[in-house]
Write a new protein. Structure first.
Length: 394
């Protein structure tokens, strides 16, 4: 069997909205349809009927993103009804999982042109009520928020596996002796780099605003934050802890999508590719140490690609927490930290769960295209203890 080369022709995303912010009035299926339509509109030579599949990541799927949000996006975007769609869930890694699954289908010859990406509206994630085990219960019933984290947890799970996500970040800070000041400095740098990138117009080529919503850039970027302001925040998860809201990614809304093709699909688009997909990997780790999930995933993906940290020109690591990101960096001594998140990370930009992996992959592709050549990595930690990574080249 011949393995085909897989190219990223284009990548777009919405500005990332804050929880209850500008995008909270937009349904997740409409957010997904928006980025799918934007990709097709930006490739006027491509006949939409030639799209073999649309693969979208979605972490929650408990509200308006139910019933296969990828298929809903196809229909709402105005694509032909003959274009199928499938939704995948690897929690925080869902958007990158979608890209990897789409690339695998193309590489194996099952598809030629695929749109892959992800979506999440954490603002609109509903409360859910479990059905009672017996009819007509007399007592009060519990509602569960589906926005983030553990809910309706299986009691057979060991308690150490089901700690809050923020407590998991505290465990990594303990493991690697990461101080509050180091976390605050990392968070500050994320905001500064994101603000600078927006100021220089570096996101102009990939961010597509949602019509009718006044949101021109990522809503959580704080240009004026400082070490002094971050130092005033109280620990969020332990009374004597080091992890604060300022050193954690916020709750967000947004969507991202990439256009993936083989050689035949490339000719059909009439476009020059941004980058080529080289390798990917997913790995598992103890659930409470989920934040270190990318460590082994990145090592394996680089090995598959025949590359090392010394070969990298850019690296997009999802900043679930500053402590989590710093813990990963501590375990990659050969990685130049200046290559990581050069245009800001999720602490500033935001982390709409199902969309983040696609945002990172798209950002790496655009950065490689701007540089003209190079090797880049996109990687995320995943709740319940997994890591995912993708290697791109140009």
């Amino acid at each position: 069997m011949t393995i085909r080369d897989v190219y990223i022709v284009d990548a777009v995303r919405t500005p990332i909205g804050k929880f209850g912010g500008a995008l909270s009035r937009v349904r997740p299926d409409d957010l997904a349809a928006h980025v799918v339509k934007a990709l097709v509109d930006r490739a006027p030579e491509l006949d939409p009927a030639r799209i073999d599949d649309v693969v979208l990541g979605d972490a929650n799927g408990a509200g308006e993103d139910n019933r296969n949000v990828a298929r809903m996006a196809v229909l709402l975007a105005g694509l032909p009804a003959t274009v199928p769609g499938v939704t995948v869930n690897r929690l925080c890694g869902s958007g990158l999982e979608a890209v990897i699954q789409a690339a695998r289908a193309i590489a194996l010859g099952d598809a030629s042109i695929v749109i892959a990406g992800g979506v999440e509206s954490m603002s609109r994630a509903p409360w859910v009520l479990q059905k009672p085990e017996r009819a007509f219960p007399a007592g009060p019933q519990q509602l569960h928020s589906t926005t983030l984290g553990w809910r309706m947890t299986n009691p057979r799970m060991p308690a150490e596996w089901t700690v809050q996500l923020g407590e998991g970040a505290e465990l990594i800070a303990d493991k690697h002796d990461i101080t509050r000041e180091q976390q605050d400095a990392f968070a500050l740098a994320s905001h500064q780099k994101a603000a600078e990138a927006w100021g220089k117009g570096l996101y102009d080529g990939e961010v597509v605003a949602y019509e009718g919503v006044e949101l021109a850039r990522d809503e959580c970027v704080r240009d004026s934050t400082s070490m002094e302001a971050l130092a005033k925040l109280k620990p969020s998860f332990r009374e004597d802890g080091t992890v604060t809201a300022g050193s954690s990614s916020p709750l967000n809304d947004g969507a991202a999508a990439l256009l993936l093709v083989d050689e035949e699909g490339l000719r059909a688009t009439g476009r020059e590719p941004l980058a080529r997909i080289r390798a990917s990997a997913v790995t598992g780790i103890e659930p409470q140490l989920f934040g270190l999930g990318p460590v082994e995933a990145v090592r394996r993906a680089l090995a598959k690609a025949g590359r090392t940290f010394a070969d990298l020109t850019t690296f997009e690591l999802n900043e679930a927490f500053a402590a989590q990101s710093l813990g990963c960096l501590a375990e990659w001594p050969d990685l130049d930290p200046s290559l990581v998140n050069p245009r800001g990370g999720a602490i500033a930009i935001g982390h709409p769960l199902g969309a983040s992996g696609a945002r990172l992959a798209g950002s790496v592709a655009h950065q490689l295209a701007a540089a003209g050549s190079g090797t880049g990595v996109a990687a995320l930690c995943i709740g319940v203890g997994q890591g995912i990574a993708l290697v791109l080249e140009r």
